[in-house]
Design a protein around this ligand. Sequence first.
Ligand SMILES: [Cu+2]
Length: 146
Amino acid sequence: MVKKIGMTAFVLLVIVLVTRAAVAETREFLIVTGEPSWEAKPGEAPVTDRNRGPVKKIERYVFHPGFLVVNRGDKVVLKIHDIKGDKHIVTIPAFNVPETQILRGEEKTISFVANKPGVFEIKCTNHVDSHKEGPMVGYLYVLDKK
Ligand SMILES: [Cu+2]
C-alpha cells in the first residue's frame, strides 16, 4: 500500500514538473526603430532637453514597441528592424546580451533566456543621451510567474 502511494506521488511530481517546464515559452517580438521629433513653431519658446538645455528641436530614437512583457524562464526573441537611423547598437546588460550592430534597413535577431524577474533596459549604445538623439531605450518586464 505504502509502495503504491509512493509511486502515485512520484507520478504526480513528474506531471507537475513537466507542466511547469511547459510554462516557459518562446516569445517573439517584431520591433522597428523610430524617430519621433518635436520642433518649435515660429515664435514658440525653446524647451529644456535633459542634458542639452534649451532647444528648439528634439529628436529621439526609440524601439517600437518599447515595452515588452514575458514570464521568467521564457526564451525571448527580438527581431529588430532598423527603419530609422544609420546605426543602432543594441544590448541588454542584465542578461549579458552582447552588443548587436544593426545598420539602416537591416533586421537582426537577438535571443536570450529571461531567467530573472524585474524590469530591465534594452539599450542602444550608439544613442546614449540627448546629444545623440537618445537615450534610446526599451523596457523588458519579466514577470515572476510561479
Ligand atoms: Cu540607436
